[in-house]
Design a protein around this ligand. Structure first.
Ligand SMILES: Cc1cc2nc3c(=O)[nH]c(=O)nc-3n(C[C@H](O)[C@H](O)[C@H](O)COP(=O)(O)O)c2cc1C
Length: 191
């Protein structure tokens, strides 16, 4: 079994990464092979909207997105993490979400796509944010990602967490909400 984690926080040692690394460690304990990407270290351009990927298999842009796509194709679990920035995911993560368009082949008729991902993959989306009510306030982000990941890319299942009230200068792992999220992630990573 394989898991790929993608950190969309520009703070490579920030709270989002602390949570992602805990989940990666849980996966490794279960014998799952893991890969971890820090988007802050990568060069990924915006989608050009050229639509070439609708008829050809791959994106025309040869940048670091290729390794993320390849790792996703090879993984059973995908773990996406981002802080909330101005009410949404970070620009780093949005750029990756847009580029995932290359995993959608043209379907039958306008707005219909066929996923290029193999069936049976599971995905976790983890967000951290400062507002203590973030888990309710930012639910719309989860709705957007549900449509992208389940309806379009056809992941088999999505489990999402928003950890609210996170102080950038404190360790999120000490928060009860984070401890609960870790227990849930542990159960989710059944092999
Ligand atoms: C540019 C910026 C915008 C932010 N916007 C929001 C926001 O809209 N809502 C919120 O609850 N927290 C917001 N925050 C707080 C972060 O989401 C929070 O501190 C998060 O845990 C940071 O994750 P990190 O430690 O991985 O960087 C913002 C922080 C920054 C730096």
């Amino acid at each position: 079994m394989k898991l790929v984690a993608v950190n969309g926080s520009p703070r490579k040692a920030g709270n989002t990464s602390l949570m992602l690394k805990e989940i990666v460690a849980l996966a490794e304990k279960k014998g799952i092979e893991t890969k971890y990407f820090d988007l802050a270290d990568m060069h990924i351009s915006d989608c050009k909207g050229c639509q070439n990927c609708k008829t050809n298999q791959a994106c025309v842009q040869k940048d670091d997105m290729t390794s993320i796509v390849e790792a996703m194709q090879a993984s059973d679990f995908v773990l996406l993490g981002s802080p909330v920035y101005m009410g949404d995911e970070t620009g780093l993560m949005k750029c990756v979400a847009d580029r995932l368009y290359c995993l959608l082949a043209e379907g039958d008729g306008p707005g219909n796509y066929k996923t290029r991902l193999a069936p049976g993959k599971k995905v976790m989306l983890l967000m951290t944010c400062g507002d203590p009510n973030g888990d309710k306030l930012y639910n719309y982000i989860l709705v957007r990602y549900f449509r992208l990941l389940i309806k379009l890319l056809e992941f088999e299942d999505l489990h999402s967490f928003i950890i609210g009230g996170v102080n950038p200068n404190a360790d999120v792992r000490k928060m009860n909400q984070a401890k609960e999220a870790m227990k849930e992630a542990d159960r989710y990573l059944t092999v």
